[in-house]
Design a binder for this molecule. Structure first.
Ligand code: MG
Length: 275
């Protein structure tokens, strides 16, 4: 988990010693597999005890959660519905956002926060599609956090009744742990990635409110087992909705938009009060 991988404010690592809480049994290969996630912290950091790892993670996430609560309150006051889009790189997050701006933008104002390690390419694509966008470059960081998003909110128009779409850094691991203040998490998985991703990256899929399988227009060219993927996603997270779409052909998008509109209708947004 990246709360302790060096991209957070860890406060320095402890020197490595031999009394740091794991025995050889935890690292012994069983059936050819070594499980470094078997300890209480669920992660292994060389030089840190499990207890110290947990303490650092709690400290980082508690600070993040305070910023996330502030973002959530601010968005609620503004009557803006926010979605956090998460996936591996290349699953089609930006393409979906561009299509959403074209399909929904006239009815609902859309603003976008783009997260990438480097470049403003995605924010430029969003602006070219007609929506305001702020690019956050995380440098060596592998996820957006709520503090970053708060600064981006300062620079974005947030019309009442509008949508804030946050494209997280492409990564199926670390972004799962960081609440940004969004209303819902949308986890995307393209058919070129393999139907077993929900099993391999369960934390991300367990955090999802909606799982969207993308690029289904490519299915005739692939061995991807869509029913197996849908079943796997539901098994990892029974409470999440699961949809399959193609941004290229538009297949499945009406169901996706209906899901968004259903969430938007739940927001009590008094009319005529721009924020
Ligand atoms: Mg992108």
């Amino acid at each position: 988990m990246c709360t302790v991988c060096g991209c957070g404010e860890t406060g320095g690592h402890e020197p490595h010693g031999h009394g740091h809480g794991h025995g050889p049994h935890e690292h012994a290969p069983a059936g050819g597999a070594i499980d470094f996630g078997a300890g209480l912290a669920g992660v292994h950091i060389a030089g840190l005890t499990q207890a110290r790892t947990i303490a650092i993670e709690q400290d980082i996430l508690s600070k993040n959660d305070a910023y996330a609560r502030a973002n959530r309150a601010r968005l609620a006051d503004a009557g803006v519905l926010a979605f956090n889009l998460l996936s591996s790189p290349g699953s089609g997050k930006t393409s979906l956002l561009v299509r959403m701006i074209a399909d929904l933008g006239e009815r609902r104002p859309i603003a976008v926060i783009e997260g990438d390690q480097q470049t403003s390419r995605d924010a430029e694509r969003i602006r070219a599609a007609g929506a305001p966008a702020v690019q956050i470059n995380t440098g060596k960081g592998c996820h957006l956090d709520a503090h970053m998003v708060g600064h981006a909110l300062d620079a974005l128009p947030l019309p009442r009744g509008g949508l804030l779409l946050i494209e997280n850094v492409g990564n199926l691991v670390c972004p799962a742990a960081f609440d940004l203040g969004e209303a819902k998490k949308v986890v995307m998985l393209s058919v070129t990635e393999g139907e077993d991703k929900p099993l391999k990256y369960p934390d991300m899929f367990a955090a999802a409110d909606l799982v969207v399988i993308t690029k289904i227009d490519l299915l005739p060219h692939l061995d991807f087992d869509l029913p197996a993927c849908l079943e796997t996603a539901r098994r990892v997270n029974p409470r999440a909705a699961v949809l399959a779409v193609s941004v290229r052909t538009g297949e499945g998008l009406p169901a996706f938009y209906a899901w968004i509109e259903a969430r938007a209708s739940l927001m009590a947004a008094p009319a005529g009060d721009p924020a």
